[in-house]
Design a protein around this ligand. Structure first.
Ligand code: NAI
Length: 329
């Protein structure tokens, strides 16, 4: 039986992987993230299962290859954490291209409405038997303009939800979707005209820090930025400054550019903290969740099933459309 070294395992992963495994593989759940220091733990295994904050750079890939690993099943959509050049000819890298675009799009809306309607503050107040409505005023979404950056699977679902709210939708994507009836505009126009801007594009060399001091300066002072995609799409320092200076009105963040060693873990006892994140979290007009957008029962189930099917296809030598081919990026 083939053996899988499963890095960064959480209890909620095990539930679904055990259920869908159906005796196909021997899975060793490791709590450690995959790094240069932990790659040797894959010795004696046939494949690795990794997540968003596992590190698959050249050093780690070479170490895995030397241990006899030939396949990596990413249990996520994005693969910005993998050096595909280094993996070429050594490791077959698979991903889960779609497990629930609804999970992420719906979480983006949950963050937006929490911030917009001040639900987080109301929750704390009513628990304290404080029923005052002072400073809880929000805005109707109906009639507002939402700018969607990236109109792939998640962006499309997000757009549909926004249309349900009666919003005007603007979209920016270098590869517009032929099957989407939406007003595509330049990034500049989107930034200038949108009341809400939501990011649904991958992190690439081109999109790194696409939200920075210059692009933030183009947004309305009343704009709310939502990022449920990847932290490094946004220059966090520039964002914190823009929020503090009132250049934009708020931010909903499910991802953070320096999240790797923090998100998914209980860090409440840590004294030394990331200064920019501390600042962002302290602002009343910022909501942060720790890369939680994907976390629904449906998504976790689909992730487990697809990841295991990907590995099965690899070991049986079958074609699998979920392999990441270098020619595609
Ligand atoms: P997708 O591949 O279906 O769509 C991405 C879209 O972004 C494509 O239409 C593409 O043309 C467009 N795009 C590429 N470069 C762009 C750029 N520079 N500017 C604007 N648009 C650009 O991907 P999907 O499934 O919609 O996921 C989007 C992103 O969401 C993923 O790359 C991932 O980073 C993030 N994600 C976050 C999760 C979370 O839990 N927070 C879970 C799943 C995905």
């Amino acid at each position: 039986m083939k053996k899988i070294a499963f890095y960064d395992a959480k209890a909620y992963d095990k539930v679904w992987f055990d259920q869908w495994n159906e005796g196909r593989f021997k899975i060793k759940y490791l709590e450690h993230k995959l790094t240069e220091d932990t790659a040797l733990m894959a010795k004696g295994y046939d494949a690795v299962c990794a997540f968003v904050n596992d590190q698959l750079d050249r050093t780690v890939i070479d170490l895995l290859y030397e241990q006899g690993i030939r396949a990596v099943a990413l249990r996520c959509t994005g693969y910005n954490n993998v050096d595909l050049d280094a993996a070429e000819g050594k490791l077959a890298v698979y991903r889960v291209p779609a497990y629930s675009p609804y999970a992420v799009a719906e979480h983006a809306i949950a963050l937006l409405q929490t911030l917009n309607r001040k639900i987080h503050r109301a929750y704390i107040r009513t628990r304290d038997y404080n029923f005052s409505l002072e400073r809880l005023i929000g805005s109707d979404l109906n009639g507002k303009t939402v700018g969607v950056i990236g109109t792939g699977k998640i962006g499309k679902v997000f757009i549909k939800i926004c249309e349900g709210f009666g919003m005007r939708v603007l979209a920016y994507d270098p590869y517009p979707a032929a099957d989407l009836n939406v007003e595509y505009v330049s990034l500049e126009q989107l930034l200038e005209e949108s009341d809400i801007i939501s990011m649904h594009c991958p992190l690439t060399r081109e999109s790194y820090h696409m939200i920075n001091a210059d692009t933030l300066a183009k947004m309305k002072n009343s704009a709310i930025l939502i990022n449920t995609s990847r932290g490094a799409l946004v220059n966090s320092k520039d964002l914190a400054d823009a929020l503090e200076d009132g250049q934009i009105a708020g931010a909903c963040l499910d991802v953070y550019e320096e999240e790797t060693d923090m998100f998914f873990e209980d860090q409440s006892d840590q004294v030394r903290k990331d200064e920019i994140l501390v600042k962002l979290i302290s602002l009343p007009n910022v909501i942060v969740t720790s890369h939680q957008a994907y976390l629904t029962h449906e998504a976790l189930s689909n992730i487990a099933k697809t990841s295991l099917d990907n590995l099965e296809a690899f070991f049986e030598g079958r074609e699998c459309e979920n392999i990441i081919r270098k020619s595609e990026f």
